[in-house]
Design a protein around this ligand. Sequence first.
Ligand SMILES: [Zn+2]
Length: 292
Amino acid sequence: MPLLLVLLLLLPLPAEAWNAAGHRLVAALAWQEMQPQTRERVSALLRQHPDHARWLKRQQEPHDPAYGVFQEASTWPDEIRSDPRFHDADEPPTPLLPGFPNMLRQTHWHYRDEPGVRSEGEIDTRLEWLARELASGRAAGQVYALPWLLHLVADLHQPLHTGGRGDRGGNDFEIENPFNPKKPFMSLHAYWDDLPGPPWLRGKYLDEPLRRLAALERAPQGDVALWLEESREWLARQVYPDTPGTLLPLVTPEFHRRAQAIADARLAAAGRRLGRWLDQLLGPVPRAAGSR
Ligand SMILES: [Zn+2]
């Protein structure tokens, strides 16, 4: 194997933000928050998505399969990173799926770097664009935008998706984590992504974490700019461990408790805000008189 290829394979994979369990939790909370009419509208849109059959097969919701499908759709933007039907910007285009504007993986949509850095990331401006697509009433645009919007509202609430310390959102910042004996050394970004729980959680296994999140105090609704600002405030204060370990900064029991509490608060806020936003964008009474 050529040396360059070996080196490339050794590079860490790009971070995906909250793992799949985190995204399903945010979607589940949003579902609980939404009005019944909004649930029907999002479900009708997801039924038109080319990957609906996959989501339906994978979901394990014992009650309403539409609720399970809604959760599965929220992890879709991470899954297309390794899906051969899609391509990166420097690769040749792949055949279009019906209704899709292009088949780009858009990995730069998931984050924005810290202020002062020339960033390719565009999570905040992209979310505004997706919201306009969703409110437009044009079915193809809505079907394409919905899984992205579900996903990026959650990502925006992960502090390390809004900057870091010049370390690609904590991806290049290694820590020592005694709370994961299988993987005691990991990037700070991966540590935060996995705080919601094991990534396989779905169906009834989400009930208990959902109850924990639903019991938390409600955050004000705000908007994309506020959610970004809040993530950056956490980033500046409490996201990096500052206790030295044997080799690397150490996750102490106190840091771990605090990080878990911050992650819970961010997931709960993301879920409720997403639900309300979807009510506004798709609810029974359109806010702006449109071309619907
Ligand atoms: Zn993401």
